[in-house]
Design a protein. Structure first.
Length: 98
């Protein structure tokens, strides 16, 4: 399992966690939107590793978009859910190919 696959599992899990209604929003607001910055950095790192390992990049690109738009309450929740699911599916498929 490559580094990009591991990072997709981690970022996918974190995105899914942030997509939990009320709890995810409370964490983001409680930490002053810092989790969105952390996720943005993680998605950029995952994108770089995915590009270097010739893996799918669409989950990380959507994650970057999510990190930039997730400050909008309801939209952010749905974006986190969709991004988390997409990254977890991508990580599973990459693991299955090996």
């Amino acid at each position: 399992m490559g580094t990009s696959t591991t990072l997709k599992w981690v970022t996918g899990g974190l995105e899914a966690f942030l997509g939990i209604p009320i709890l995810g929003g409370a964490i983001v607001i409680g930490f002053g939107w810092t989790p969105l910055l952390v996720m943005l950095i993680l998605h950029i790192v995952t994108l770089v590793f995915s590009a270097n390992e010739f893996q799918n990049k669409h989950g990380s690109i959507l994650g970057i978009i999510t990190s930039l738009l997730a400050w909008i309450p309801i939209i952010g929740m749905f974006l986190h859910m969709i991004t988390g699911l997409l990254l977890l599916i991508d990580a599973y498929r990459a693991r299955a190919r090996v």
